[in-house]
Design a protein. Structure first.
Lengths: 188, 556
């Protein structure tokens, strides 16, 4: 009995410190020091409309934009997820073959041997904002053909929107697809 | 895989090694009842909490310590359960999320209090902001503090001291370890891009003109305690694979360091408390070796990739990328999967279901062994149990009386340890067989991989890890109830039996060390320890691994 009574009182005091004070203290400092990041790194266009978040990928199907990775949830950021295909799942192979067929019809100038694996695989979150630099390069001929922007100009844009490894060491170089496409939109 | 990605992993491990000893010495001082500097600094604040909570700073008996631990956790499970059941009617619920159904609330309450954080719901749609920021964060603080209290009491027992007071240890774990680290790292996460807001989901009009709703919330404060407490439950459905919950290589590094922070330091805390740092160092090095082997295996498998996809003629330098994020690539994804299962956290930055068969077997093996550092406190207690087994078996082989830290290991202790040792495979293998026989429709991947899905779920539950092969359709009453029971028994049975071992050893008279004593601070002992861990693990689980991941690898 004494344990139960003491537990209830301990729960009360721990809840005040760990739930209320802790959460609100982090929230207050975050909102004061880095409000943009604390609210989800939202990006606005020139008219002040929210077009997305720099951390969240979105769906691109227009041939004049760079395309992101496969997303079984079609970049619905109100959720997150993947189909969780095992390496041995035949549906994984079928989906990858379909992606390759689509690639060939949309990018007749680029052989399949230059198609990087990240473009035909589902990301972990279904919201991956990035593609590998090689995947961006491989899409240059198509985007250039559809928009009329010179290939060299597009490659320069890719370089500008590639984030390197953190501290030059941790993680992999990645191209932010939304930010790159905003540059493409502005140039076309 | 590039040289630089390997270098990043080596540097990370070096930081872990450098932090372990100073943090270990800090932990030993933080839980020391003798007057010291830390007690003077934290004492005034803690005494206010003791006063509100009615805690008296007296020593408890071993039985009372165990009863306080189990009793308090049981009451807290009930409180968490009730809030989840009624979250729909409570405030701070901008998304209008409904009450959680009974079997899911049962599972979730046990899951978070048992430091497992297996989640059969998705954070975006299953729990309100209030549930996330109150009861779930509450459990994520209290359950690792409970684990820390356990390990400290266990080490006190091995070294012949009194058990201490569970409630005092619990509060010290919060004030001296978890709260300060969580607060600082939560802010660091915000600066790296993790949201911390109580605003509802944002709405955006995409470049192609579609509407996109972007879920967010008080993620940073949740994330920090998720990692440093070895909890692992994600704020968002896909956990640390979500760009909001792990935006960059830097946030990934910080998460790995936080997961390892306490568990890698405990051997040194133990060494300090046992009066010889060498006792701890030999266990630390042994576990580090196992971690390096596991990391190498996983990296090799993931960078080789999936032969089925590689044969399509595409460019596959990146290795296996299904279920992975570009910013982490195959190296940091594989490494994270090893760390999260070594430190029994259960956070994931890649979908474990999509790992290559061998890449998925490594996390499974980590959880089955449960001694490659292991979770907050409970992991190191498990390690010390294996150390006692190593002493016992070595003693039998050479005909000496087995003793550990100068105390005789006898029938009573070995019986308790044998029970503990047998409970784990029972909790994993029996329910897996039942699940495969009765609920085959919940298995999402065909073939050998389907068996691994069920095996992984119960291994994760029993080891209090919480990661999953998430293709499994686990949001059913069967899975909620069965894994709920496994998590509860997996956590609390061993806590009681091992506290009983500590109590029994503490009561014995120490025998002075002689030339005939089997030393437990030598490389030789480290090798015996690793050997015993691997042999016991292999004897128990190898058949299951052959039927699951190994068979799958051979068929690709």
């Amino acid at each position: 009995m004494r344990i139960i009574w003491m537990t209830l009182r301990t729960t009360f005091s721990v809840a005040i410190v760990c739930c209320i004070i802790y959460n609100i203290a982090v929230w207050a400092v975050a909102q004061a020091a880095a409000p943009d990041k604390a609210n989800g790194s939202l990006i606005e266009n020139a008219e002040g409309q929210v077009v997305g978040s720099s951390l969240i990928g979105q769906s691109f199907t227009d041939p004049g934009y760079f395309h992101g990775r496969v997303s079984s949830i079609d970049y619905d950021a109100n959720g997150s997820g993947t189909p969780n295909y095992a390496p041995s799942n035949p549906e994984l192979l079928a989906r990858a073959e379909q992606s390759i067929t689509d690639w060939q019809s949309q990018n007749p100038d680029v052989p399949v041997s230059e198609l990087p694996i990240d473009l035909i695989t589902n990301s972990g979150s279904g919201l991956d904002p990035h593609i590998s630099p090689a995947s961006a390069e491989a899409q240059v001929p198509r985007v250039s053909g559809a928009t009329g922007i010179a290939a060299e100009k597009l490659e320069q844009m890719i370089a500008e929107h590639t984030q390197g490894r953190s501290l030059g060491l941790f993680g992999e170089p990645a191209v932010n697809v939304l930010e790159l496409n905003m540059a493409v939109q502005a140039a076309r | 895989m590039t040289t630089i990605s390997i270098l990043a992993i080596v540097v990370t491990l070096l930081i872990v090694v450098l932090l372990a000893k100073p943090v270990g010495l800090y932990l030993a001082a933080a839980f020391d009842y003798a007057p010291n500097r830390l007690n003077r600094i934290y004492g005034p604040v803690e005494r206010i909490i003791y006063k509100i909570s009615g805690i008296r700073e007296d020593n408890q008996s071993w039985k009372m310590y165990a009863a306080s631990l189990i009793g308090s956790n049981a009451v807290m499970i009930l409180i968490v359960y009730l809030v989840l059941r009624f979250q729909g009617m409570l405030p701070l619920n901008p998304a209008g999320i409904a009450n959680m159904e009974p079997s899911l609330a049962f599972n979730t309450a046990i899951s978070f209090m048992a430091n497992t954080d297996l989640q059969h719901y998705s954070g975006e749609s299953g729990v309100s902001y209030l549930s996330q920021a109150s009861v779930l964060v509450f459990a994520m603080f209290v359950s690792p503090a409970t684990g820390l209290a356990l390990v400290m009491a266990f080490i006190r027992g091995l070294t012949g001291k009194a058990a201490g007071n569970f409630f005092v240890d619990l509060i010290r774990g919060l004030t001296r370890v978890l709260l300060p680290v969580a607060f600082v790292s939560a802010l660091l996460f915000v600066f790296m891009g993790v949201p911390q807001t109580f605003e509802p989901a944002a709405t955006a009009t995409t470049l192609e003109g579609a509407q996109q709703t972007i879920a967010r919330g008080p993620i940073a404060s949740f994330l920090a305690i998720k990692e440093v407490g070895n909890n692992g439950g994600g704020f968002l459905g896909v956990n640390s694979a979500h760009p909001f919950e792990n935006p960059s290589g830097l946030s990934n590094l910080l998460q790995i360091l936080l997961m390892m922070l306490v568990t890698s330091a405990l051997p040194f805390a133990y060494g300090k408390m046992a009066g010889s740092i060498k006792q701890g160092r030999v266990l630390f090095v042994s576990m580090l070796m196992m971690l390096i082997i596991m990391t190498t295996l996983s990296l090799t498998a993931e960078s080789a990739g999936n032969p089925a996809l590689n044969n399509l003629g595409i460019q596959h330098e990146q290795g296996s990328m299904e279920g992975k994020e570009v910013r982490f690539g195959e190296a940091q994804s594989a490494f994270y999967s090893v760390i999260t299962t070594a430190a029994e956290t259960g956070a994931v930055n890649t979908m474990h279901d999509t790992l290559t068969p061998i890449g998925g077997m490594v996390p499974l093996a980590n959880m089955m062994l449960n001694t490659v550092f292991g979770g907050m406190g409970v992991g190191f207690v498990n390690v010390l149990m294996y150390a006692i087994i190593a002493v016992f078996l070595s003693g039998l082989m050479v005909g000496r009386t087995p003793e550990f830290l100068g105390r005789k290991i006898e029938g009573k202790e070995m019986k308790l340890i044998a029970v503990t040792l047998l409970v784990q495979p029972f909790l994993i293998l029996v329910p897996t067989a039942i699940a495969l026989a009765t609920n085959p429709e919940t298995i999402s991947n065909p073939g050998f991989h389907g068996l691994t899905q069920a095996l992984y779920e119960f291994t994760s539950a029993a080891a209090n890890n919480g990661s999953g092969f998430e293709g499994l359709g686990d949001a059913t009453t069967f899975w909620n109830v069965s894994t709920g029971i496994v998590m509860f028994l997996g956590r609390y049975i061993s806590m009681v039996t091992l506290l009983a071992v500590a109590g029994s050893l503490a009561a014995k008279k120490p025998i002075p060390e002689s030339s005939g004593t089997f030393r437990t601070d030598t490389a030789m002992f480290g090798a015996v320890f690793v050997g015993i861990v691997l042999i016991v693990g292999a004897l128990t689980f190898f058949p299951a691994l052959v039927l699951g991941p190994i068979a799958e690898q051979l068929t690709l």
